[in-house]
Design a protein around this ligand. Structure first.
Ligand code: NAG
Ligand code: NAG
Ligand code: NAG
Ligand code: NAG
Ligand code: NAG
Ligand code: NAG
Ligand code: NAG
Ligand code: NAG
Ligand code: NAG
Ligand code: NAG
Length: 767
């Protein structure tokens, strides 16, 4: 029983189904008496999808079919998308009982799973007031005209009108009707013939009533001021002896379907539908409410009355209905029940009031959703705002990088917060932590940063329909690649460094001091390096090149090794991994670049067993050990001092000294030779200013020997014991000064076989 809606949107309106309950609860039913009709609105959830109505009077029950509704003054509008059905019954409709008012009685028949339930609906409305001489109603499914029956008629004839009432009609009624088309007069027919054709003639409230559905063969269409108008013109006549009574019943209704333009639904009707002495008066409203023209304009309506009456309803005005529709996009349409009263007065001061009931629907208007990437890196989250979602469109699920989650969801992957706005939209704010494994991370070579990618596919649906709309958005963010750092572990023999490879590794290079770490460098300095697809492993033995030593004592020393992480492009140091480990070594010798020798010697290796070492010294007896524990001694002294011998040999300058020890006898006669050799080429100031400066650390040796009977530069018989030779970088030594300043330039033994220039410098400097 769904009646036609304008614009052909109707076809899908009726596709929605509704869910129901099986009884009429309060609030699902609304009955309201309007100026010329009773409106009954019912919640479809209570009535089921296909409610039926019956009109009830004392003669019986009359099923309201589509044809019967048009004949009898009922309109039923089924609006499943609003979950509502509305029955409008004209005050001139059939089956009204007139008691203290107009008493309407209906049966509502609901149908759930084949089970029919009857409900009685009754309502009494006050009789219509202030009726115009002629009243025309252009309902959605019929045209109705009523006229005062006493218009300029002799009173004795008035009784004859009752013959128009169907219940009174007898075979003796001689009322005839002639339909007039534009220039054509159709043959007369009697009332029963006319009723068979679907026309209604009646007498109610002392008025002659004529009603017909649209598009009857006897009606016609004309254009008036560019507006299509349907006209039905019936002339009733009755011959009583020599008097012929004739009544012209004309209903003319604008059939404008409405249009939509710039936010307004427009509808028009000719101003001069009926002959008018002066301008017509307009009142307009929605859902049966009428306000005058000025008030309507204040409410935002367009009301123009120049030859055509043009009504514009703002699309979002109150009283309209809005519905979203999903089909390859999100659309919305607005629907209005326009009610318009047009009053005119003719030259005989007789008033005609035309009332229009029109359902106007906008076309499907696309709704565009709005997404904004509100990601704030400091928060560590992707934040995506999805706004302008119509209030009746719900987020069903989200796909994050292809993985689907229902909304709401209790998984810990994301959060969605819904915000409802006053403009009938709502928004969803989605947050996904950047570190979540669902986020795709790719290294961007161009940007030199980690690209984080989140593709979101929102599934939205308009309630209660179940078609989905997918809205996709892709957000990315670049996150700076932090320089890698090694994991370092000490053990007794050295330091292990480990680096797990990152895609961004190629941006970096690793340096040890000034040198790039390569397999060749590792091999040269005795590092153990292995590099596979997973990680880079580097083991640096405790005394290997690159260490810095501090806190040297007989108990041990600290070795520090540093790997610099430099930007490959700019060679800027971006990070470093520095590891300091405690090491033990029974013997060691450090030849610093600043000209200090630090040496730990285990004398027990050279002294006969059970003899306690006492009173050790260097060549200069005033130079005593910094530390001693009976077996081992630690000396730390400037190379030039303490009686060191200097020797030039094969491009090297070699400093030698000797640790003498007294092994119980009165004489300190035995000794261990210690020496540091520096390549001459790397020396900047040898002896010139009592300052020593070398590019490179020296190579130290500990050589046990007998005290020589005469001083020789080097004992060839000396058995060179493998000594630990290490480098001491230019660190500020905390060692106490172990020499007397007067001994400072005491390089007493020197031979200058070839390098004259160096010697010259030496001589000059020691003046
Ligand atoms: C109308 O209905 C109400 C209940 O819905 C009932 O009490 C009342 O008697 C009915 N009136 C008539 C005239 O049927
Ligand atoms: C109306 O006209 C038809 C056909 O002309 C005729 O059969 C019928 O009897 C008439 N009815 C009345 C009430 O005059
Ligand atoms: C039309 O004329 C009648 C009679 O003069 C008057 O009552 C009515 O207000 C006028 N209507 C308009 C719209 O001017
Ligand atoms: C609705 O209101 C929200 C919040 O004020 C605003 O962001 C949004 O743009 C508005 N949407 C429309 C369609 O006006
Ligand atoms: C979004 O998800 C739907 C449902 O799985 C799919 O049909 C559609 O192709 C997806 N859209 C995109 C852009 O991936
Ligand atoms: C120290 O670690 C290195 C590398 O892992 C290993 O070769 C060596 O044997 C370890 N030394 C000790 C004393 O554990
Ligand atoms: C380690 O191996 C990778 C290839 O697996 C190479 O790109 C990288 O340069 C190597 N690193 C070093 C320090 O040799
Ligand atoms: C690094 O070098 C590459 C290739 O020369 C160049 O494209 C890139 O812009 C450089 N990046 C920086 C940060 O300098
Ligand atoms: C070094 O030796 C001392 C004494 O022998 C011991 O106390 C210390 O723990 C050792 N240190 C290391 C790192 O082996
Ligand atoms: C000390 O040395 C002198 C001279 O070499 C020697 O005569 C003397 O015997 C030595 N004394 C001892 C206790 O070895």
């Amino acid at each position: 029983m769904a009646f036609k809606l304008n614009f052909g949107v109707a076809f899908f309106l009726s596709l929605w189904s509704t869910v129901g309950c099986d009884f009429l609860v309060e609030g699902v039913l609304e009955m309201e008496c309007h100026d010329r009709y009773l409106a009954i609105a019912l919640d479809l959830s209570a009535t089921g999808a296909n409610p039926r109505f019956e009109a009830v009077d004392r003669f019986g029950v009359h099923a309201i079919t589509e044809a019967y509704a048009a004949m009898c003054g009922y309109s039923i509008t089924l609006l499943p998308f609003l979950g509502m059905v509305e029955l409008r019954a004209s005050y001139f409709s059939c089956h009204i009982e007139k008691v203290d008012g107009l008493e309407f009685k209906f049966n509502l028949i609901t149908n759930y799973d084949g089970e029919e339930v009857f409900y009685v609906l009754n309502k009494t409305c006050p009789p219509p007031r202030r009726m115009s001489s002629r009243e025309v109603t252009c309902e959605v499914n019929y045209m109705e005209v009523s006229m005062r029956s006493d218009l300029s008629c002799p009173s004795e004839i008035n009784s004859d009108w009752t013959a128009l009432r169907p219940t009174h009609s007898t075979s003796t009624s001689d009322w005839q009707v002639i339909f007039q088309r534009l220039d054509e007069q159709l043959p007369p027919m009697n009332l029963s013939q006319a009723r068979k054709k679907g026309y209604t003639f009646d007498l109610m409230h002392d008025r002659i009533v004529f009603r017909t559905s649209y598009e009857k063969p006897e009606s016609y269409r004309v254009e008036v001021s560019d507006v299509p108008v349907e006209v039905v013109h019936a002339t009733l006549f009755s011959r009583k002896s020599w008097i012929v009574l004739m009544v012209d019943l004309i209903a003319a209704c604008s059939m404008d379907e409405g249009s939509y333009d710039s936010g307004y639904v427009l509808w028009k009707t000719p101003e001069a539908l009926y002959s008018s002495y002066n301008r017509t008066q307009i009142s307009v409203g929605l859902n049966g409410e009428l306000v005058d023209k000025e008030s309507a304009i204040t409410l935002g309506f367009i009301v123009e009355t120049q030859s055509t009456i043009k009504i514009g309803i703002p699309y979002n005005t109150e009283g309209g209905y809005r519905k979203s529709f999903v089909d390859n996009g999100i659309f919305e349409f607005y629907m209005f029940n326009l009610y318009l009263k047009q009053t005119s007065v003719d030259e005989h001061y007789e008033e005609t009031a035309v009332r229009f009931q029109r359902t106007l629907v906008t076309p499907l208007l696309p709704c565009s959703l709005f997404t904004e990437d509100q990601t704030n890196l400091k928060e560590g989250m992707f934040t995506i705002y999805l706004g302008d979602v119509p209030e009746d469109v719900e987020l069903i699920s989200v796909k994050l990088n292809g993985e689907e989650f229902r909304v709401p969801s209790d998984v810990n992957v994301f959060s969605i917060v819904e915000t409802i706005h006053s403009n009938k939209t709502h928004s969803y704010t989605l947050k996904v932590p950047l570190h979540n494994p669902i986020i795709i991370q790719k290294f961007s070579k161009d940007a030199g940063a980690m690209l984080h990618i989140l593709d979101v596919n929102y599934t939205l649906a308009a309630d209660p329909e179940h078609k989905f709309y997918y809205h996709t958005v892709s957000v990315t963010t670049l996150i700076d690649v932090s320089p890698p750092s090694f994991h370092a572990v000490c053990n007794k023999t050295g330091i292990s460094f480990q680096l797990n490879h990152q895609p961004s590794d190629y941006l970096w290079k690793f340096d040890i001091g000034p040198d790039r770490l390569t397999p060749a460098l590792a091999a040269k300095h005795g590092y153990i390096m292995s590099n596979n697809s997973q990680s880079l492993l580097l083991f640096v033995p405790q005394l290997a090149h690159g260490f810095k030593y501090t806190d040297v004592s007989l108990k041990g020393f600290l070795g520090t090794f540093e790997i610099l992480v430099k930007s490959l492009n700019t060679s800027q140091v971006r990070a470093s991994t520095t590891k300091t480990c405690p090491f033990n070594s029974t013997e060691m010798i450090l030849c610093s670049t600043s000209g200090w020798m630090t040496v730990v010697v285990d004398l027990s290796l050279v002294v006969k067993s059970n003899r306690i070492v006492k009173e050790t010294s260097l060549i200069n007896e005033l130079c005593v050990p910094k530390e001693t524990d009976g077996n081992r001694v630690l000396f730390s002294f400037p190379l030039h001092s303490c009686g060191s011998k200097v020797e030039l040999s094969r491009g090297n300058v070699i400093y030698q000294n000797k640790i003498y020890y007294n092994s119980g006898s009165a004489n300190a006669t035995e000794g261990v030779m210690v020496q540091c050799a520096y390549p001459l080429a790397g020396l900047h100031s040898l002896f010139s200013t009592h300052r020593f400066e070398s590019d490179k650390e020296g190579v130290g040796s500990i050589i046990p020997s007998k005290r020589p009977t005469q001083d020789t530069p080097r004992s060839t018989e000396a058995t060179t014991r493998p000594a630990t030779t290490v480098a001491l970088q230019k660190t500020k030594s905390k060692n106490p000064v172990l020499y007397l300043s007067s001994f400072y330039p005491t390089a007493r033994y020197i031979k200058v076989p070839s390098a004259q220039r160096v010697v010259a410098n030496f001589k000059k400097g020691t003046k």
